[in-house]
Design a protein around this ligand. Structure first.
Ligand code: BDP
Length: 719
């Protein structure tokens, strides 16, 4: 009777909450951790299979975080409290490490092969009672296991006969915050920095814990707190104390803290007159600094360094190499177990060489010169986070050095936070690409996870899109990019579509019609952006400084490679950058089959045509159309795609709460306006450069080229 009553109430409740009229306003704060009541059809099973949580006898902070999350999540999902119990009951969730939980210890589970961060979720009968076991070697593994279990329930998966074993394929799964100490965020479009530096360490915003939960729920295990254009002050005692306070909040969730450091810090704040990496006084200063940090943050991760790049100081100021600089810092961190992530994003104003070749030329010769606790952090493409670039040729070409993939999650070049661009698709494209550096199958993913060259350590970093906005990312769909980054860092071979599917279920609804339609919407969004911004291999057409909107005409900046015209070279004769043997020969930085593939007009993929080749406007494409016709088609298609995205989103209204629906709809309207602006401004400019007319029937740009050129955006965010 009691049982029947319960089921009835639960059914009624779920029917009410599940009905569109009752979808309450949501501001996106809860991300994919919403824990709303499960669908009616799952309730009976969950009633029996989730009765209590049996934790370890003595739970460490991490195990406790896992148990708290289970309680919080189950309370939301099942609309009832699931008690923590000391005895084994039928339907118990038994969670623990073999060390902390004697019961788990007796089960003899194959945890060894899962490594430090892996976990196992198994339906097991213990003493005749049906239980679900969540076990791991470490507390962090338990946290991951708890989130995974909750996500199964959230996404409506059966949980009666589970047998899951998961472990990350990449060691360092890191967010990079480009956050300044004054709370501005370089290339941040979600408000101020979430780090309230001024009030730290005394005031700990509860948001820091939610940040840690969200990251742990997708397997992110480290965070670089500050901008790569680093202030030396971050290494002052005051700021180390602030970072230490954050580290304490994150620790139970398996998240380590890292700092970006300015190479000239010994001079800036240390009172030395040099930062020469071979100077013993400089080396001693860094060692002492490391000691000071580790005294406060015993699990401190290490340093991220942008050196001799875009005006940042570095070892070359002292006539030393990047390896000298990196190894000096590595030596300081080594006694404490820390690492150095040295960025390969360097190009020089004094180097007349094609900008996209410079990092390769600089670092390739240093392969084998780096200390074993140095990783080289390389952006996905050789230019700079453009809507599409070929993969960076360093991937696969530095066999002796572990490379960290650096993706951008914040949408600096992809419409800021108001354009819906699902980056899972971009990440997947890069990771799946075959570098051929060790024959077929040498994918970028295998370079990154360390398996191709057998590295002991591997990493993937994402430049965060997080700020103080209630929805964290500045938009609801921007959250998907943070989520997808985490999932792919855990397993670089996962599919972007499957990840989108998961995110949609956790963030909105399990309704199959919703999930399927919205996944398609997400999956076409990135190509749409490429089409209305930089089709056919074009790149770097954005406005100066703020990078907002189109400005392909810019040609007067002091450094040649800062000008869009440097990249497209459009004039009467044609358009594109010749990177073949006749041109800059950037193709030669790729392994043989790719070099040839990219070099020849017969084989170069259309999407990279103007990246590698300069061709006349009347060049005949595979489609039979001329290049000019096809370029126009791409711009038109980009705009049409955004219109289609708008109507798909409109059709999803019944499945989404008012607040998130409206925000996304309004953002799509901005996106359409800006996509149209991109198309019109670029076409107006290319018409002028080529002297050609638009193909018949094509809508002319709404305004004159002079109008587009006159637009200014002095207060654009993130600049
Ligand atoms: C560029 C950004 C600049 C960053 C730089 C970097 O415009 O703000 O400092 O990348 O990655 O794309 O260092």
């Amino acid at each position: 009777m009691n049982r029947l009553f319960h089921t009835l109430v639960a059914t009624l409740l779920a029917a009410l909450i599940g009905s569109p009229e009752c979808l309450h306003a949501e501001d996106g704060y809860k991300l994919w951790l919403r824990y709303t009541p499960v669908e009616v059809e799952h309730q009976a099973v969950l009633q029996e299979r989730v009765t209590a949580i049996l934790g370890p006898d003595t739970a460490g902070a991490g195990a406790q975080a896992a148990i708290d999350e289970l309680q919080r999540g189950l309370q939301g999902l099942l609309s009832r409290q699931v008690p923590v119990s000391r005895e084994l009951k039928a339907g118990a969730i038994v969670i623990g490490t073999p060390q902390e939980s004697p019961l788990i210890g007796t089960l003899d589970l194959p945890l060894g092969q899962l490594g430090k961060e892996g976990y196992l979720i198994k339906s097991l009968e213990i003493d005749g009672k049906a239980t679900t076991v969540i076990a791991a070697e470490s507390d962090t593994g338990l946290v991951y296991g708890a989130f995974a279990f909750l996500q199964l329930i959230q996404s409506g998966q059966p949980i009666q006969s589970l047998d899951l074993a998961e472990s990350p394929k990449v060691d360092l799964r890191l967010l990079n915050h480009w956050d300044n100490l004054d709370r501005t965020v370089e290339r941040g479009y979600a408000g101020q920095s979430i780090w309230d530096w001024w009030r730290l360490p005394d005031f700990l915003d509860p948001r820091y814990t939610d940040y840690a939960r969200a990251n742990a729920s997708v397997g992110i295990n480290g965070t670089v707190l500050n901008n790569v254009n680093a202030s030396p002050d971050v290494l002052s005692a005051r700021y180390i104390a602030k970072a230490a306070a954050l580290a304490r909040v994150f620790r139970p969730y398996g998240i380590r803290v890292y700092l970006s450091v300015r190479f000239s810090s010994p001079v800036d704040i240390g009172g030395l007159d040099s930062a020469d990496p071979l100077d013993p006084a400089v080396r001693a200063w860094w060692l002492e600094k490391a000691r000071e940090i580790y005294a406060q943050i015993p699990d401190f991760g290490g340093f991220l360094v942008k050196a001799n790049s875009e005006g940042q100081p570095g070892p070359q100021n002292f006539g030393r190499s990047h390896a000298d600089g990196a190894n000096m810092l590595a030596e300081a961190l080594r006694p404490f177990g820390g690492i150095v992530m040295w960025r390969a994003f360097v190009y020089s104003q004094d180097d007349p060489e094609d900008r996209v070749k410079q990092a390769f030329d600089e670092f390739k010769p240093l392969d084998g010169e780096f200390a074993s606790n140095v990783l080289l952090q390389v952006k996905n493409g050789p230019l700079d986070f453009q809507p599409r670039e070929p993969f960076h040729p360093l991937f696969g070409m530095m066999p002796k050095t572990p490379l960290i993939m650096e993706f951008q999650i914040t949408q600096e070049y992809l419409g800021f936070s108001t354009h819906m661009v699902y980056l899972g698709e971009l990440y997947e494209e890069v990771l799946n690409t075959d570098t051929f550096s060790r024959g077929e199958g040498s994918t970028v993913a295998r370079v990154i996870d360390g398996s191709l060259f057998g590295h002991a350590i591997s990493g993937m970093a994402g430049v965060a899109n997080i700020g103080v906005d209630r929805d964290w990312a500045g938009s609801i769909f921007g959250q998907a990019n943070w989520f997808a980054f985490g999932r792919l860092a855990w397993d670089p071979e996962r599919s972007a579509g499957a990840i989108a599917d998961e995110w949609l279920r956790l963030t909105f609804s399990n309704d199959p019609q919703f999930v399927e339609t919205a996944r398609k919407l997400m999956m076409r969004s990135r190509e749409a952006a490429v089409d209305y911004m930089t089709p056919l291999g074009l790149a770097h057409l954005m406005g100066t400084g703020h990078h907002y909107g189109p400005a392909p005409w810019v040609s007067d900046l002091s450094r040649p490679e800062w000008n869009p015209v440097y990249y497209h070279n459009a004039n009467r004769e044609g358009i594109g950058f010749d990177r073949t043997g006749q041109g800059s020969n950037a193709v030669a930085q790729y392994a043989a089959p790719l070099k040839n593939l990219f070099s020849s007009l017969d084989t170069v993929p259309d999407v990279y045509l103007l990246w590698f080749h300069r061709v006349p406007w009347n060049y005949v494409m595979r489609s039979g159309d001329t290049l000019w016709q096809e370029l126009v088609e791409h711009y038109d298609n980009g705009v049409a795609e955004v219109m289609a995205m708008q109507s798909i989103w409109a059709s999803l209204k019944p499945f989404v709460d008012q607040e998130r629906f409206d925000k996304t709809a309004r953002f799509l309207a901005i996106q359409l306006r800006e996509a149209t602006w991109w198309r019109d401004a670029c076409l107006a400019y290319f018409i002028r450069q080529s002297g050609l007319e638009l193909p018949p029937g094509v809508r002319p740009p709404a305004e004159t080229l002079e109008y587009y050129r006159s637009l200014e955006f002095p207060h654009a965010p993130g600049n």
